[in-house]
Write a new protein. Structure first.
Length: 338
């Protein structure tokens, strides 16, 4: 399964083409009529997505599902599923109590099976498999087979994201900013933000409605965080495969009228390290070593600070270089601080 998934996760392929290819790989395991895969950064918690792939949902249903998600309706469900032994939920056509389920019914959907992708690092996202009205309902066997797809799918997406050099090959784009209004619509955008959006659409083949959803979702989170600072801070760190460089997207309310400012810029340093370590499988101790390296700390000093031997610190460094493909400290620091 992992090998087949890696073969269809091709850098440069579009969101919908990749979604169709993923669907063909997963269909023999769990039959379905449509697929969506939305991916998150475990270190940032359940919330707005870093990238995604879609097949068969159609732009109208996709846009409405993303509108529901952008208002936070999916987040409690994801968090709840992530705590279950088998993190799978079937939205049953016989019980349409929520706005989400009524939406599926309106578009002729029989059921949607939702699998939270999780491992020891946290939640990586959501796999949704849809069956049209009139089709066979998902059963318990489908639920368990879908859960078995999770580990190889997480591994395959991680391999997809970490393909290629870790350090940016050019100076990249300047920061951009846009404003999202209380209705989740883009009210204003700088030329730099427009340029970055065009690049994302080009590199990922992302439809406009999907990009707009990402901004709407972040704006919702920004308002919720302003009301309750215990809620997740509104930030996404997208891998270089999306924008051509690791990119931090932050959102903050502009005032009390509902407008939210979203800043898009190259992710470096503290903005980048947690997401970078997620994707490259860097352990907690290895991440501590990376953070000290960022400060210019020598291995002998790192050993004293972490109460380790220099030999152990060098072992951690070798493991980090192996996982990331970095040739040494200079290339690793170029990836994190360029």
């Amino acid at each position: 399964m992992y090998r087949d998934l890696r073969e269809v996760l091709v850098p440069g392929a579009g969101v919908e083409d990749t979604g169709a290819a993923l669907s063909r790989v997963i269909a023999p395991v769990v039959a379905h009529d449509a697929l969506r895969l939305v991916v998150m950064n475990p270190s940032l918690g359940v919330g707005a997505t870093a990238l995604g792939f879609w097949h068969g949902y159609g732009p109208d249903l996709g846009r409405e599902l993303m509108t529901v998600a952008s208002r936070g309706a999916n987040y409690p469900q994801l968090a709840r599923l992530a705590r279950q032994n088998v993190p799978v939920l079937v939205a049953d056509r016989r019980c349409r109590a929520s706005a989400y389920d009524r939406l599926l019914a309106r578009y002729g959907v029989g059921e949607e099976l939702c699998l939270v992708l999780r491992d020891s690092r946290g939640v990586w996202g959501l796999l949704g498999l849809l069956r049209a009205a009139g089709g066979r309902p998902f059963d318990i066997d489908d639920t368990h087979r879908s859960a078995a797809v999770g580990p190889p799918l997480i591994a395959a997406v991680r391999g997809y994201v970490t393909t290629g050099p870790i350090a940016p090959t050019d100076r990249g784009l300047p920061p951009g900013m846009l404003v999202v209004d209380a209705e989740g619509k883009i009210a204003a955008m700088t030329p730099q933000a427009r340029q970055r959006q065009a690049l994302m659409a080009q590199q990922q083949g992302a439809p406009d409605w999907l990009i707009a959803y990402c901004y709407a979702s972040l704006s919702f989170e920004a308002r919720e965080h302003a009301r309750d600072p215990r809620r997740r801070y509104a930030r996404v760190c997208t891998p270089s495969i999306v924008h051509g460089e690791w990119t931090a997207i932050d959102a903050q309310p502009l005032g009390d009228d509902g407008d939210v400012a979203i800043v898009i810029q190259r992710a470096t340093g503290e903005l980048l390290v947690p997401a970078f370590c997620d994707w490259y499988g860097i352990t907690t101790r290895e991440q501590q070593v990376v953070q000290h390296l960022q400060d210019g700390t020598a291995p002998k000093q790192i050993a004293r600070l972490l109460d380790l031997s220099v030999h152990t610190v060098n072992d951690h460094l070798r493991a980090i270089f192996r996982k990331t493909g970095a040739s040494g400290r200079d290339e690793l620091m170029a990836a994190l601080t360029a």
